[in-house]
Design a protein around this ligand. Structure first.
Ligand code: ADP
Length: 529
């Protein structure tokens, strides 16, 4: 047939080319340690990324080599992202909060050849250097080292081209059990994911957006914000300090409109705002994901006119799976119905499919009741883990098992009940630890809560609720039970409530349930006597 369309490979560097050409003066702001603020823009980032690409080639890095970063959120880190990808490398962002053993495993498994790191991690780098066998070059982002590396380079450089299915980034899951697994992102999957992410029902990004990503750049590709913000030419505000007062100040000073992060971050921010009356400036959209967003948190923001996007995803999904956005009948819903809706994890954008199956693998209906294993497939979902001899992790029809337990509703919304490992199995039925925790957080005086299953002679397991009180609050177990009674079924009520000083978190800010289960599995409940 005569005629046809052009071949325009969906390669990630085209995003930066576009940002430089069309939005070159849009700023990238970085707050470095010591309160030092630096400003660049998309043209500056692109220029420095080209210089870095040349420097990397000079150091002997070749197409396909892994380039590690062990760093917080800042402009130099962003230059390293695009420079590494631009010279054909595979960017490997390393979670700075992992234990030594995991860091040794990940860097060696990835076969990183060069490592960029922040000065604050220098002691860690010194300690692990002898055990990281493949790294030939270490470059500190600070002390002028990074700047010197690229200073003398020309910025005359053409990005390495190739097939759109080539890999460009490697992210490891935090691996709460067993070794962390690497997910290898491709140019095409990442670019399509970014195009989806900017859309109104997803992150709603535009050239007017001023984005403060609180999510670290090492957590699931920084939720892909370095790509999607560039795609629309938005302004990026990075910080190496996300304590609430600093965050509030940055929001006001830089006119932040969008932010994104895990619930624990927002709990701290809310307490700060309540305690001090601090103001959030022009903030109009907050994306909450990584763990379930409690109702009280969603209400807190929406009461202030700030839109909440409750997002669910995972490293294996680049990472976005679903986001809560208004439905077609939104105007007909009252406030409570809207909150009910937003407590769920939202719906899929084009490009992702979901289904739930029972233990035998039989498809479950989307009836808002049936709870089962959540599976997914789509354009930016993992097929096989990096260098993993287990082979593909999808079935014959490409479905990937997420390890989450969920309910799908008739209107397409996803409701995550639990991670399959965390659900509390009582008398042959399941109790959602997420629902219990989030109901508890709605009780005045409760700062944070974790529900874990404790062995029980009659019921198999019963819930134990661990609660951190808000500073100065004197809330009692009876008050919490009374509050919970209004939100969950009677047989879901915890058999006991224990107050603790703090709760353990994973390297990405989620409750560390494995540790809590170990610690409390054999706790002696009075009800078991
Ligand atoms: P890691 O295990 O490395 O922290 P991810 O960040 O990829 O990895 O974690 C993905 C998991 O986080 C999901 O499978 C799900 O259990 C949980 N999760 C993410 N977002 C939500 C959410 N909004 N509600 C409930 N659980 C969530």
């Amino acid at each position: 047939m005569l005629g046809g369309m052009q071949d325009w490979p969906l390669r990630v560097m085209r995003i930066l080319d576009h940002a430089e050409r069309e939005h070159g003066t849009r700023e990238i702001v970085s707050l470095y340690p010591g309160g030092i603020k630096a400003r660049s823009d998309w043209a500056g980032i692109a220029r420095d990324a080209r210089k870095l690409a040349r420097a990397l080639e000079r150091l002997g890095v070749r197409k396909g080599d892994r380039i590690g970063t062990l760093a917080m959120n800042h402009g130099r880190h962003l230059i390293a992202w695009y420079g590494a990808i631009g010279m054909g490398g595979v960017l490997h962002t390393i979670n700075t909060r992992l234990f030594d053993e995991q860091l040794v495993y990940i860097v060696n498994h990835a076969e990183d050849r060069i490592l960029f790191y922040d000065k604050v991690f220098a002691p860690l780098v010194e300690r692990l250097r002898p055990r990281w066998t493949g790294i030939e070059h270490f470059v500190c982002f600070d002390n002028g080292e990074f700047d010197d590396l690229i200073a003398a380079e020309s910025d005359d450089y053409a990005w390495v081209e190739g097939d759109e299915r080539e890999p460009m980034m490697l992210c490891y899951t935090s691996g709460t059990t067993g070794n962390p697994k690497g997910v290898l992102y491709e140019h095409r999957s990442t670019l399509i994911h970014a195009m989806m992410q900017i859309s109104p029902d997803v992150f709603d990004l535009s050239a007017r957006a001023v984005v403060l990503p609180v999510v670290p750049m090492f957590h699931a590709a920084g939720w892909a914000l370095p790509f999607s913000t560039a795609m629309v030419g938005g302004k990026l505000v990075y910080s190496t300090d996300y304590t609430p007062p600093v965050m509030c100040e940055l929001m006001r000073e830089e006119g932040v409109t969008h932010t994104a992060g895990v619930p624990t971050v927002w709990l701290a921010l809310m307490q700060h705002v309540e305690g001090t009356g601090a103001d959030l400036g022009k903030l109009n959209t907050v994306h909450i994901g990584g763990s379930a967003a409690p109702r009280a948190m969603i209400k807190y923001f929406t009461d202030r006119g700030i839109r909440v996007g409750h997002a669910w995803g995972m490293t294996e999904m680049s990472p976005l799976g679903t986001v809560g956005a208004a439905t077609g009948d939104w105007d007909l819903l009252d406030e409570e119905q809207r909150l009910d809706y937003m407590c769920r994890q939202g719906r899929v954008p084009f490009g992702v499919e979901l289904r739930t199956v029972d233990e035998e693998g039989t498809l479950l209906p989307r009836d808002g009741r049936s709870s089962g294993r959540l599976q997914t497939r789509g354009a930016w979902i993992v097929r096989q883990y990096f260098q993993d001899d287990k082979g593909e992790v999808i079935d014959e029809e490409d479905w990937f098992d997420t390890g989450d337990v969920a309910i799908l509703h008739p209107n397409g919304t996803l409701q995550i009940t639990d991670r399959s490992k965390d659900v509390i199995k009582s008398g042959g039925e399941w109790i959602s630890s997420i629902d219990l925790e989030n109901a508890a957080i709605g009780c005045p005086g409760v700062a944070e809560a974790a529900a874990v299953g404790v062995r029980h002679p009659k019921w198999d397991e019963r819930p134990l609720l661990l609660v951190v009180r808000k500073e100065g609050a004197e809330v009692t177990p009876d008050q919490i039970i009374a509050h919970l009674s209004g939100h969950v079924a009677k047989w879901w009520l915890p058999d006991e409530i224990l107050f603790v000083e703090s709760l353990p978190h994973t390297a990405t800010g989620k409750l560390l349930k494995t540790a809590l289960r170990e610690q409390y599995r054999d706790y002696k409940l009075a009800s078991a006597a």
